[in-house]
Design a binder for this molecule. Structure first.
Ligand SMILES: NC(=O)C1=CN([C@@H]2O[C@H](COP(=O)(O)OP(=O)(O)OC[C@H]3O[C@@H](n4cnc5c(N)ncnc54)[C@H](O)[C@@H]3O)[C@@H](O)[C@H]2O)C=CC1
Ligand SMILES: Cc1ncc(C=O)c(C(=O)O)c1O
Length: 308
């Protein structure tokens, strides 16, 4: 029974994850190497809690708790589950595993929120790899209920089953992968789409604002209700066969990072986190955008769950 969870890493994903776990009655101790991240996380946690109220997510039992600490050992002491949530860099993740394995019992489950580093690779950096599993949340983690569960080659079946059941106990949706592939499933689909989108903008086929409208109000809107495999049945496999017979060979299949992305990185234009990316963001715009997006995601989710 998982009752106490340690979250290591409080950046984009950590605070929302902590809020959602606590709402599920879990006691969370959250740590970050950067004190500023811990302070920022306190504000983000409060905001996420407000969104969970708007989502109508009731606290389980008497509700869980979230405590922040700047001491790694305090975070992991007595934890039933460790969620590693540090930058998408294998060496940084490996460093965390090396640090904590002397602090936790050999059978404490260590779950990585990695976006796509194969769990089999991460397992090479921890003792008793059978207790390591992928637990890939989606951003924003307090709103998106689907969590991918990925076993590496050495992950014990009972580890996968424990995390699957834990996610279900929170009222969330575990999706179990049959194979440990780079990017897992959600990000392989997302990155195939993003590769095509960036290519179309880069080639001057369409403006960023217009492709956002096209995708959000076209396939994005549809896919929220009708999954891609079900969409094949709705469109007709014959249509898909005909169109893919000429279109597949024309789709972007680049194996490198698009120049547009490389330039944005070189210019420090990372997006909301740097104030400018594809679009520009003032602090006021950011303060308005995130609750506005949360409100829309909440409304859509209520409808998709048949609660409206
Ligand atoms: N940003 C996103 O949309 C999503 C990210 N992920 C994955 O989750 C993980 C975390 O992603 P983000 O929250 O976006 O990263 P982030 O870069 O926003 O935050 C990472 C946090 O980890 C902290 N950190 C760095 N080294 C550390 C260490 N050794 N010990 C403790 N804390 C340390 C940093 O101070 C920072 O606060 C990554 O593996 C990422 O791929 C998963 C789903 C969505
Ligand atoms: C661009 C991008 N990359 C990774 C992830 C998740 O791992 C997300 C997301 O969760 O939305 C994303 O948007």
């Amino acid at each position: 029974m998982i009752q106490r969870v340690a979250i290591i890493g409080l950046g984009t994903m950590g605070p929302g994850m902590a809020a959602r776990l606590a709402r599920g009655g879990i006691d969370v101790v959250a740590y970050d190497i950067a004190p500023a991240a811990i302070e920022r996380a306190r504000t983000m946690l409060a905001a996420a809690d407000g969104v969970l109220d708007n989502l109508g997510i009731e606290a389980k039992g008497t509700g869980g708790s979230v405590r922040f600490t700047s001491e790694l050992e305090e975070a992991v002491l007595g934890a039933d589950l460790i969620i590693e949530n540090v930058p998408e860099n294998e060496e940084i993740k490996a460093g965390v595993y090396r640090k904590i394995e002397g602090m936790i019992s050999a059978d404490t489950i260590v779950a990585s929120d990695t976006s796509g580093i194969p769990i089999t690779r991460l397992q090479a950096h921890i003792s008793n790899p059978g207790r390591m599993v992928g637990m890939h949340w989606s951003n924003p983690p307090h709103i998106i209920p689907m969590i991918e569960v990925i076993g590496g080659e050495q992950t014990a079946p009972e580890t996968v089953a424990t995390i699957r059941d834990f996610i279900r106990s929170l009222g969330l949706l575990p999706v179990l992968l049959k194979k440990d592939v780079p990017g897992f499933v959600e990000n392989r689909v997302l990155y195939a789409l993003l590769r095509e989108v960036v290519d179309l903008v880069e080639r001057g086929v369409i403006e960023p604002e217009d492709i956002d409208t096209c995708v959000s109000w076209g396939i994005g809107y549809k896919l929220a209700v009708i999954g891609p495999m079900a969409l094949l049945d709705m469109a007709g496999m014959d249509i898909y066969h005909s169109v893919s017979s000429f279109l597949n060979e024309d789709l972007c299949d680049r194996k490198d990072v698009a120049p547009l992305v490389t330039k944005q990185m070189a210019d420090g234009k990372l997006g909301i986190k740097s104030g400018e990316g594809v679009y520009s963001y003032t602090p006021e715009k950011i303060a308005q955008l995130q609750p506005e997006r949360a409100k829309k995601l909440v409304a859509i989710r209520r409808i998709l769950e048949g609660r409206e």
